[in-house]
Design a protein around this ligand. Structure first.
Ligand code: UD1
Ligand code: CA
Length: 494
């Protein structure tokens, strides 16, 4: 949500050059997902919400992978390469250089700096920071938080005379024991006056405990040249928390989910068990939807009004129509029509389209199949690469044999068709409107409209076969007990 009053920043620079070694992963840290979106995706989304003139991402570690990913999530972002000089100050300087090289130097207005590994940060928080910064005409405004355990963080140094006046930031490693007792920490998120930032960065050195160019040094430099430096303290520590390892990633993911599920409930979704309900940031739900326990909704999934999903259902990129019901379903890339029902124990694969009031029942697998309004595939089967018309009933255990070992072929089934149990459609094949099939039919040839397709040979009974061939068996004794005479020997019958 963008605050309408917030002035458009000149640029937002998102720092993402760090190595993230504590993740112990071949995937760059900032590409690890939480709530279904990469950490850098969340960070760029929050930044973009401010509607800056320029959005910059500073990269270095695993440069190609990271830059490629950023280009897919935020194609408008300028990629800036950090050189071999380490530190957050250097990273911002490289971001500014990239803008200059792109013919858009950030020399005036406000420049916001955020991190690529702080995924819960919202645009609203950044907007409040920028508002305070511009209202007070500050040179620098830093977003801070008060933590019980502040160790590791940079500490905010405030003037004793005027506590509103921030003197600077000292890094944990450079701090005195007394400074280490300060519990107000630097989140690493700032609003800078662009001119001050440019001037100050030119003066930042690597003379400190870590031999890095600290962005935090900009605060004391800005103050020394007469600028006002202040801090906005947030009480929502989750929004400024970064993930450095997988334990923190999980904690942030759980909190993000808690916020998403709570948001869904406030917007009209009944969630029976928030603890076992996982909803990606990208999922949308309408009012009066119900989510039962053990449900995970991912990607571009959308749940329409009055639909019920779960229990124990996982949907990825599934569009669920109004009033539809999905019970114990594992689905992806599917579209379920209004009033339709799916499950229990149903596997929907990509390309499944179920029409209004249709049904895909228990133990069905579907893929690349379009099923018309009111048609039902109620039990035990596979439907793939097929088109099924309206109000057709597919019997129990039907299978579309779509694969000949080399190629996939389509099955075409019309409207108002009735297929009997265990029908196999050997594709390519088509069944006309209103046709029927017999039990166990193997449909290899097209069936004209209104025909009954039978492919099974007439049944013969070899009477007395069991008594002749399995004498003394429990089956033979049972048959004998019925008093049925041995009319023929089994051998004769066959
Ligand atoms: C930094 C701050 C510290 C603050 C903390 C909050 C400095 C000097 N210190 O600590 O005051 O409390 O963040 O988390 O700024 N990055 C780059 N290039 C670099 C170094 C870092 O892009 O050369 C990026 C990282 O990818 C990361 C962010 O900057 O997203 C912060 O880096 P990190 O090393 O975690 O922060 P610290 O320097 O420990
Ligand atoms: Ca960090």
């Amino acid at each position: 949500m963008t605050n309408a009053q917030t002035a458009q920043p000149t640029a937002v620079i998102v720092l993402a050059a760090g190595a993230g070694t504590r993740m112990k992963s071949s995937t760059p840290k900032i590409m690890h997902p939480i709530g279904g979106v990469s950490m850098i995706g969340h960070a760029l989304g929050a930044a973009k919400g401010l509607d800056p003139q320029h959005l910059v991402a500073v990269v270095r570690h695993q440069r190609e992978k990271v830059a490629g990913h950023i280009a897919t999530v935020e194609p408008g972002a300028v990629i800036a390469d950090q050189d071999e000089v380490p530190g957050t100050g250097r990273a911002v300087a490289c971001g500014l250089q990239a803008l200059t090289a792109a013919g858009a130097p950030a020399e005036t207005g406000t420049v916001v700096v955020t991190y690529g590994d702080v995924p819960l940060l919202q645009t609203q928080m950044l907007a409040e920071l920028v508002d305070a910064h511009e209202r007070d005409r500050n040179a620098v405004t830093v977003l801070s938080a008060v933590l019980e355990d502040a160790s590791g963080y940079g500490r905010i140094l405030r003037s004793e005379k005027d506590p509103q006046d921030v003197l600077g930031i000292v890094e944990h490693k450079d701090a005195t024991p007394e400074q280490r007792r300060i519990t107000e920490i630097n989140s690493g998120i700032y609003a800078f006056d662009a001119a001050v930032l440019n001037r100050a960065l030119a003066q930042v050195t690597t003379e400190n405990a870590q031999g890095e160019m600290y962005l935090t040094d900009v605060l004391s430099i800005a103050r020394a040249e007469g600028g006002r430096v202040s801090a906005v303290v947030t009480e929502d520590r989750w929004q400024v928390e970064g993930a450095n390892d997988r334990v923190q990633l999980q904690a942030l993911g759980a909190e993000m989910n808690r916020r998403i599920v709570e948001g869904a409930m406030r917007a009209g979704t009944t969630v029976i068990d928030p603890g076992t309900t996982w909803i990606d940031a990208t999922v949308t739900l309408e009012e009066d939807t119900t989510i039962l326990p053990g449900t995970q909704l991912h990607g571009a999934t959308h749940i329409s009004r009055n639909a019920t999903v779960g229990p124990d259902t996982t949907l990825t990129d599934v569009i669920v129509g109004e009033g539809a019901t999905l019970t114990r379903v594992h689905g992806s890339g599917a579209q379920i029509g209004a009033g339709a029902s799916v499950g229990p124990f149903t596997y929907l694969r990509p390309g499944t389209v179920l029409g209004e009031t249709g049904k895909i029942g228990a133990f069905y697998e579907t893929k690349n199949v379009s099923i018309g309004r009111g048609s039902k595939l109620s039990h035990l089967g596979y439907a793939g690469d097929a088109t099924i018309g309206e109000f057709t009933n597919i019997g129990c255990g039907n299978i579309t044999a779509n694969y000949d070992g080399e190629n996939k072929h389509r099955t075409q089934i019309g409207s108002h068709v009735r297929t009997s149990s265990n029908t196999v459609f050997v594709a390519p094949v088509s069944v006309g409107d209103g046709a029927y099939t017999g039990a166990g039919a193997v449909v290899r040839k097209d069936v004209p409209a209104g025909a009954l397709a039978l492919s099974i040979a007439p049944q013969r009974n070899a009477e007395g076969w069991v008594q002749a061939k399995r004498p003394g068996s429990a089956a033979a004794d049972a048959a004998n007990a019925t008093g049925t005479a041995e009319k023929t020997t089994g051998r004769d019958a066959l």
